[in-house]
Ligand binder design. Structure first.
Ligand code: BTN
Length: 242
């Protein structure tokens, strides 16, 4: 049973900056360790997965938390997605869903994303940066028809500070599970999954496209796809639902 917060969070709130990921790296380099959370009012070059950019005007939540690399690091992005989806449910009573590995969806449209970045010392991971971007009061980018924002879904504005507080509390609950009960992270993810049981096409890191039925997520967070009578394991990639 968990007692108390996993980390004493040290939240640093900034205005318009380049990217909270970049700022978190700078803070780590200057001795601010695990538990440091960088929050920005907006970002000029927010980064997304696979080298994409993350549109970050004022009104959204943009944060990066520095975590100790405990337990199964491959589950950090899934845990981030679960925590954001639970926060949306708690704040707005809306059923958010998850698309592998860590897109947060409302009604099939992307409302938020998670970026997990490991910092290495030789062959050991020394920290993990968990970046979270959620469209809250900012309109979703008009050029992405498959995107939405929480305020557009609710028809009202959302309190960004409260969202951050609940998200950090939720992360506090889940972080110890990385080490002690990873199956709880996986079961929460599966419960909110919009991927499992669906036909998907995943393009892996080498650019290979695998089409098939998403059957499960392995204990390390990789996706298991049944394709051509075989089970293929995809560690990282871009997924489209068919
Ligand atoms: C994705 O591609 O879905 C992940 C997007 C992650 C964006 C967040 S916003 C806060 C943090 N800082 C960044 O530059 N990126 C992440």
């Amino acid at each position: 049973m968990l007692e108390g917060p996993a980390l004493p969070w040290k939240v640093i709130k900034l205005g318009l900056i380049g990217s909270t990921q970049e700022k978190a790296r700078e803070y780590l380099a200057s001795g601010h360790g695990a538990g440091t959370v960088i929050v920005a009012a907006g970002q000029t070059y927010g980064s997304g997965r696979r080298g994409r950019s993350w549109h970050s005007p004022k009104g959204g939540l943009y944060m990066t938390a520095s975590l100790r690399p405990v337990g199964e690091v491959g589950l950090v992005p899934l845990m981030g997605g679960v925590a954001v989806a639970e926060t949306i449910r708690a704040m707005a009573n809306i059923d958010a869903a998850l698309k592998w590995p860590n897109d947060i969806l409302i009604g099939g449209k992307k409302v938020g994303g998670v970026l997990a970045e490991s910092g290495w010392a030789g062959s050991k991971i020394k920290h993990v940066l968990l970046g979270v971007g959620v469209n809250l009061n900012n309109p979703a980018p008009y050029w992405l028809p498959e995107a939405t924002s929480l305020s557009e879904e609710l028809g009202r504005l959302v309190d960004v500070e409260s969202f951050l507080d609940i998200l950090l509390e939720t992360l506090d609950r889940y972080i110890p599970f990385l080490e002690s009960r990873p199956e709880l992270i996986l079961s929460s993810w599966k419960e909110m999954s919009q991927t499992l049981g669906r036909m998907v096409e995943v393009t892996d890191v080498d650019g290979e496209a695998i089409s098939g039925l998403a059957v499960d997520v392995a204990p390390d967070g990789s996706l298991l796809v049944e394709s051509g009578g075989m089970i293929r394991q995809v560690v990282s990639g871009v997924l489209e639902l068919r």
